[in-house]
Write a protein that binds this ligand. Structure first.
Ligand SMILES: [Zn+2]
Length: 333
């Protein structure tokens, strides 16, 4: 009996000294996180009739912002939607950490109690998700209503477009498990590339050489590298025939100098990694149709959006990783 008491004392001490509880998000696998998130989205949908893919789209957009904006802490749960203390508790609330739904409402805060425990907590997944769903609900349930609500919330056209795109991708695939990537060319094809990031000379970047050039023959298939939605497709003076695809990390993937597009691919098309979207060429540096001013290659660029602005970063390490992954898949058969 004495031993048992001692044991339980040790166990409770261990639990106290442990910095995280057993059920924290860091101990969940990716699959468990998707499952948990989907559960929460569907619960909020049941409460408000806001489609789960709208909620998933905003949450995903905000997850990207948490990863890039220094003034946003990492989320405590699995939901990333962020409210400042001021927004949540109300600008004139003497208690910025207020969790009382009544006083929050009195001071004009948005925070609501979503899980029914009587508290409106800014770091509680269900409370935050319900607060967002309730906000969207006021505008209506149609896609246009959703866009208007997003405009009210973010006051930025590009943020509205990105979130609207995310919602369409989720609606299409009906899953949150969309993290896979692929190398932009079939790895059995003949191609070569080296790290040309930041080179002064290069083709198709926006300023300095913002991307990696992958050299290959004419008409080697060019493939989507992530799950996403075609945001731009057409001619651009430097990029020639080019496609821009937005993925669920708010990253814009830029494919330039194509000889042509895959049939059926257009603005709004939803793609999976490995889907053929066009063909390698040497278009660009002139009026529409100009080609042959340089050897055929794919100019591949990556641009990250943080909700305010967009900037390019070096795609080379990602290309290397996706290439290795594709090799492993090929070997496994
Ligand atoms: Zn280039």
């Amino acid at each position: 009996m004495k031993q048992l008491a001692l044991l339980s004392l040790i166990v409770s001490c261990l639990m106290l000294s442990s910095p995280v509880s057993a059920e924290t998000k860091d101990e969940l696998t990716a699959e468990q996180k998707y499952e948990k998130r989907m559960e929460l989205y569907q619960k909020a949908e049941a409460l408000t009739s806001i489609p789960w893919h709208y909620l998933a789209a905003v949450d995903t957009f905000e997850r990207g912002l948490r990863r890039t904006l220094k003034n946003r802490p990492r989320e405590e749960g699995v939901i990333s939607i962020f409210y400042t203390e001021e927004e949540w508790a109300g600008p004139l609330n003497p208690d910025p950490a207020d969790t009382n739904p009544l006083s929050i409402q009195l001071f004009g805060g948005v925070g609501l109690d979503g899980d029914g425990d009587g508290l409106a907590e800014r770091t509680n997944d269900e409370d935050v998700l319900y607060t967002l769903a309730h906000f969207l609900e006021r505008y209506g349930f149609a896609e246009q209503d959703f866009r208007i609500a997003l405009w009210e919330k973010y006051q930025r056209e590009q943020s509205v477009n990105i979130i609207d795109g995310h919602s369409k991708v989720y609606k299409h695939f009906e899953t949150l498990d969309l993290d896979d990537h692929a190398f932009p060319m079939p790895i059995r094809s003949t191609y070569s590339y080296r790290n040309t990031w930041g080179d002064k000379r290069g083709w198709g970047g926006r300023r300095i050489h913002e991307g990696t050039d992958i050299f290959a023959g004419y008409n080697v298939p060019i493939r989507a590298t992530a799950y996403g939605r075609v945001e731009i497709l057409g001619w651009n003076k430097y990029g020639g025939w080019r496609i821009g695809i937005r993925d669920l990390d708010n990253i814009y993937h830029y494919f330039a100098h194509l000889s042509g597009f895959e049939k059926g691919v257009e603005v709004g098309s939803i793609v999976s990694p490995g889907d053929v979207i066009g063909y390698c060429g040497s278009s660009g540096y002139g009026k529409p149709g100009t080609q042959g001013k340089f050897p055929p290659h794919l100019h591949y660029g990556m641009y990250r959006d943080n909700g305010y602005t967009e900037w390019s970063f070096d795609p080379y390490p990602y290309l290397k990783a996706w290439e290795r992954q594709d090799y492993r898949k090929l070997k496994r058969g």
